[in-house]
Design a protein around this ligand. Sequence first.
Ligand SMILES: [Zn+2]
Ligand SMILES: [Zn+2]
Length: 436
Amino acid sequence: MPIANFLVREARTVDRDNQAPQAPTGTHDVMPPESARWEALLALFASLAQRYGFSMVHTPIFEDIKVFHRGIGEASEVVGKEMYEFTDRGGRHLALRPEGTASIVRAYIQHRPSLPFKAWYATPSFRYERPQAGRFRQHHQVGVEALGTDDPDLDVEVITLAKRFFDALGLKAIDLTINSMGDAACRPAYVAALEAFLADHAGDLCDEHQKSYAANPLRVLDCKKPACKAVMVDAPLLSASLCEACREHFERVETGLGEAGIVATRNERLVRGFDYYTRTTFEFAAEALEGAQNAVGGGGRYDGLVEAMGGPATPGIGFGIGIERVLLACDAEGVFDVVPTPPLAFVVDVTGGAEARRLVEALRGLGVGAERSYDDRSMKAQFKAADRSGARFALLVGPEELATNSVTVRDLREDAEQRTIGEDELLRIVRETGTI
Ligand SMILES: [Zn+2]
Ligand SMILES: [Zn+2]
């Protein structure tokens, strides 16, 4: 067979078998310039969290599956149907993290840092679910967890931090709803009353809950199906069953939020999807987003979780905020439009590139952004690239500049006479002023 034919056939085979791969369904790449918003959002959250006394914690994105079974509860939808679980080559049963809290609690139990332990995180989370707007199989969250006290002031602080984050993004129409889910003293009686009520009305519930209401009666409270909603109008209310301690705790949270100037509406039907939540529970919804997908963040207290996961009894509270959803809300409100920071200077070197290499490094060493072209391109092509980079100044190094150890400064954004100055002088100006 002639070699040429062989190559052609080979190339076709490669083509067919090797179609350019795409990101998996339900995942997405964050590319520039959009990634500049992510950077800015993360920096904003990090700085706020730090101000509120939280330290960053990194945990693995996969854990022994028991961490999530115990930490989220087997009756929850996430554990039941939506977790990415796998067995590794060593036969360990693992799962990708579906949410942030369980891993932080596992790390707390393992390392036992001093209390209160206030952690913040930014992490991908994984759920095998039908992709929808702002909801992905890999989505991203920022959040905090605070362990070690059930002082309602901490609830106020945590909710306030989340609110200040939305404020800092420029979001105006974020509604905060709160509720108390009671505790081990008062909730079991309520759940029993609710279950009895649901048993009486089982035939009228939505298809799913006709069968499954008993596994987690609280979940029926926030079911969005019309059938369940109609039944729940007459359901017993949790607020009426709260014990004195829970009632007082909730009042203090409401008072604290009020004093911080934060408007919160009580929603009796607000229950969290996870079994471990106790007392304070809260949710932030963006008015600018569609009703069913307008939750941008939420959280609550989980005083029984650490113990349930095998640690010492330790109260805690936290929240998670979905980055994709929040950015959708920002788009809808037309706020937080971040553009990438362009370099201050773009070195145009027509003497071979060695000067560009030296000069950009010197500038970067002084703390300013500097860029250049590669491959010894023409002056015209380099100026084009300089313009495209968004740089304020082009620094031209030609044979004359090279001979006199100087650069010609051209302002690319404003009308100004171009000038040639000594390189030492240029670097002195940058060092002293941060610009040129
Ligand atoms: Zn239902
Ligand atoms: Zn109680």
